[in-house]
Design a protein around this ligand. Structure first.
Ligand code: ADP
Ligand code: ADP
Ligand code: ZN
Length: 213
């Protein structure tokens, strides 16, 4: 199963992607998580990506593609994956389609988690992330048992640098300009599925399961 998650920043792509990955026992690949891990570890790639991320801009396609193609070469990708935050531009989507086609392969589904902009800012301002394990929570919609502590690993939760309201607005406009066109791209490819992302996490997940089964 090869799945792409589409949707605005904060729509719940990561939350749903983790659940799909667990259900199908396939890797959850988040380019944002990989970039953040590189920043944390002070790698060259992390240094190059950070300036763009802090401004709410996309990391250039060349850098992103280099990173994701390396990831696809790892053995756990053989049985499929759920992509979260990639592709984000038409050029990335075309590069992905080509690399799959070269192996006689293709994507199964692109799932658009649809949430209107006005709901996004509240989602993002309450998002809390665990730097240690990548767990994602929300102070109101998905609170942890102990405030500030990750339920999954006991790590300390943090607010992402790019979840400040000003940066969220910038990311939303970048989304509408550069990423939303992928909805038409995958609709034309005949694999687009849309779910109402404003519902509760479990309701959204059930809608996705109906589609995948
Ligand atoms: P969110 O899940 O809130 O949309 P991500 O973790 O996916 O955020 O991405 C955070 C940032 O990382 C983006 O704003 C962008 O700067 C960078 N990024 C992640 N994935 C990509 C990508 N495929 N292409 C370019 N930049 C990316
Ligand atoms: P994305 O990967 O699209 O940026 P996340 O999965 O990180 O989005 O979700 C953004 C924030 O919204 C997180 O704090 C998450 O806990 C919360 N969230 C995710 N899905 C829902 C939902 N269906 N209803 C309410 N809050 C949600
Ligand atoms: Zn954790």
């Amino acid at each position: 199963m090869k799945i792409v998650m589409l949707g605005a920043p904060g729509a719940g792509k990561g939350t749903q992607a983790k659940k799909i990955a667990a259900e199908y026992n396939i890797p959850h690949i988040s380019t944002g998580d990989i970039f953040r891990a590189n920043i944390k570890n002070g790698t060259e790639l992390g240094k190059r990506a950070k300036a763009y991320m802090d401004e709410g801009k996309l990391v250039p396609d060349s850098l992103t593609l280099e990173l994701i193609m390396d990831r696809f070469a790892e053995p756990d990708c053989a049985s499929g994956y759920v992509l979260d935050g990639f592709p984000r531009t038409i050029a990335q989507a075309e590069a992905l389609a080509k690399s799959l086609a070269d192996k006689g392969d293709k994507l199964d589904f692109a799932i658009d988690v649809d949430v209107p902009d006005e709901k996004i800012v509240t989602r993002m301002s309450g998002r809390r992330a665990c730097a240690a394990c990548g767990g994602t929570f929300h102070i109101k919609y998905n609170p942890t048992k102990v405030e500030g502590i990750c339920d999954l690993c006991g790590g300390e939760l943090m607010i992402r640098d790019d979840d400040k309201p000003e940066t969220v607005q910038k990311r939303l406009s970048v989304y509408h300009e550069q990423t939303q066109p992928l909805i038409d791209f995958y609709n034309n490819a005949g694999i687009l599925m849309t779910v109402d992302g404003t519902q509760d996490v479990d309701v959204v997940f059930n809608s996705i399961m109906q589609i995948l089964k």
